[in-house]
Design a protein around this ligand. Structure first.
Ligand code: 8Y4
Length: 367
C-alpha cells in the first residue's frame, strides 16, 4: 500500500540533559523527542502529503500530534514517530549516538600515481592510514569510479585495485573498512579480505547476485538512492517529488534486504547526492534530510566536493570545494545524519567538533 503521509522532523535542537524525555518516549512532550536516539531532538513535524502537482506541507508541534486536528491519523503517526525517535543500534561495531566520519579512499589508476599497480596500491594504503590519523572512523575503499559520465570497470580490474588495499589496511589499522562496489564478486572477495561494510551505490540492484552474496557475507550494508546508471544518470533525471520519491525507493530497498535476510539493524540508508539529480533536486534532498529518519535506519550523507557545491558557488575544481563540503557535512549532522562520507577528514573532524561544542554549550564529555 502506498504511503499517504510523510513526517519530517523540524525544530531540531540539541537535547539538553535536563530536557530529554526519559520515561515514556512514546508520549510526545512539548520539549520534543530524541531524533534517532541521538543528541538532537525535534519539537515539531512537517506533515507532507503527495498531491498533484504539488506536495502539501503543514507543520504540527509535537504536543498536538495525538490530539485535536491530528485526529484519525494519530495511529499511523505513532508508528512513524517511533521510527523517527528510536535509538539506532551499533553499526559495524560503532555506536551511532555521535557523528561518524567515513574517509574516501579511491583506488583508480589516475587517483594517486601512474607508476603501476604496486605504487597505486601503496599510495592508497598510505592515504587510508593518513585519514585514520586524521580521525576517520570508516575507510571507504572504491575501485570503480561512479562519478557522473564514468565508464564501467571490468570485475578483474576492480578486484586488482581494491583487494590488495583492503588487505593492506586490514593488517595495519583497526578502522572500520567499507568497500564501495556494485559487483557481487568484489563484495565476496572484499569480505574475505577483511572488509566490514558493503557500500553499494545501486542498493544491490546492479548485479542480480549482489543481494544473496551480501546475505552470505553477513556484513552490514549501505543502501544509496540513485536514478539511472552512472554513465547517463544526470542527463535527464525526473521525479514527481524528489524528496518523497527517494524515501519510497529507500524504503523499498530496505524491505528487499530484510526479505532477503539482512536485519534492519545492519542497514544504513543514503539519499545519494548527485546520483541522477540536478542541483534543484540535490538541495531539495538536503533540506529534506530529517525525513529519512522515518525509514527507521541510520543515515549516511555523501556530498563531499560534489558538483552541487561547484554549481552553488561557481567552483569548477573539485579540490576548491572544501569549505562548501564542510557546510554540507554540518548541514547533515545538524539534521541528525549519523555518518558523513568525506574526502577531507581532518577538516570535517574539526568542523563537527566545534559544531557539537557550540550546540551542547559545553566542551566536556562530547567524546
Ligand atoms: C569530486 C569527487 C566530485 C568525488 C564528485 C565525486 C557516494 C558513494 C560516491 C555517496 C555513498 C563521488 C561511492 C561519487 N558517492 N557512496 N560513493 N554515498 N554511500 N563523486 O554519496 O564521490 S562516488
Amino acid at each position: 500500500m502506498k504511503r499517504s503521509i510523510y513526517l519530517q522532523p523540524t525544530a531540531v535542537f540539541w537535547s539538553r540533559a535536563e530536557r530529554r524525555p526519559i520515561d515514556q518516549p512514546d508520549i510526545p512532550e512539548w520539549r520534543g523527542l530524541p531524533l534517532a536516539g541521538g543528541q538532537l531532538s525535534f519539537a515539531a513535524l512537517d506533515v507532507l502529503t503527495r498531491g498533484s502537482p504539488n506536495t502539501t506541507r503543514r507543520t504540527i508541534v509535537l504536543g498536538d500530534a495525538f490530539s485535536g486536528d491530528w485526529g484519525r491519523e494519530a495511529l499511523a503517526a505513532a508508528d512513524i514517530l517511533q521510527e523517527l525517535s528510536e535509538q539506532r543500534p551499533r553499526f559495524a561495531g560503532m555506536s551511532l549516538d555521535r557523528p561518524r566520519i567515513m574517509g574516501i579512499v579511491n583506488v583508480t589508476p589516475d587517483s594517486f600515481s601512474d607508476g603501476g599497480q604496486f605504487s597505486s596500491t601503496e599510495a592508497a594504503i598510505a592515504h587510508g592510514l593518513k585519514l585514520v590519523e586524521h580521525g576517520a572512523d570508516i575507510l571507504d575503499i572504491g575501485g570503480e569510479s561512479t562519478r557522473p559520465k564514468s565508464d564501467a570497470v571490468a570485475v578483474d580490474d576492480e578486484l586488482r585495485r581494491v583487494i590488495p588495499v583492503i588487505e593492506g589496511l586490514r593488517a595495519r589499522t583497526d578502522a572500520v573498512i567499507s568497500v564501495d562496489t556494485r559487483k557481487s564478486e568484489v563484495m565476496k572477495r572484499a569480505a574475505e579480505a577483511g572488509a566490514d561494510i558493503l557500500n553499494d551505490v545501486s542498493a544491490f540492484t546492479h548485479d542480480p547476485e549482489a543481494l544473496s552474496v551480501a546475505v552470505e557475507t553477513g556484513l552490514p550494508v549501505i543502501l544509496m538512492h540513485a536514478q539511472g546508471d552512472p554513465k547517463t544518470m544526470n542527463d535527464d533525471p525526473k521525479y514527481d517529488d524528489v524528496v518523497l520519491d527517494v524515501f519510497d525507493y529507500l524504503e523499498g530497498r530496505i524491505q528487499a534486504c530484510v526479505a532477503a535476510g539482512i536485519p534492519k539493524t545492519k542497514i544504513v540508508a543514503d539519499p545519494g547526492i548527485g546520483f541522477g539529480k540536478h542541483l534543484h533536486h540535490n538541495v531539495a534532498v538536503m533540506a529534506g534530510l530529517s525525513l529519512y529518519h522515518g525509514l527507521g535506519v541510520a543515515l549516511l550523507l555523501g556530498a563531499s566536493r560534489k558538483k552541487m557545491i561547484g554549481e552553488l558557488c561557481d567552483v569548477a575544481d573539485a579540490k576548491d570545494r572544501v569549505p562548501g563540503s564542510l557546510a554540507c557535512a554540518i548541514a547533515g549532522v545538524g539534521a541528525g545524519v549519523q555518518i558523513v562520507r568525506v574526502h577531507d577528514v581532518k577538516e570535517t573532524k574539526q568542523a563537527i567538533a566545534v559544531w557539537r561544542a557550540c550546540m551542547a554549550g559545553t566542551e566536556k564529555g562530547l567524546d
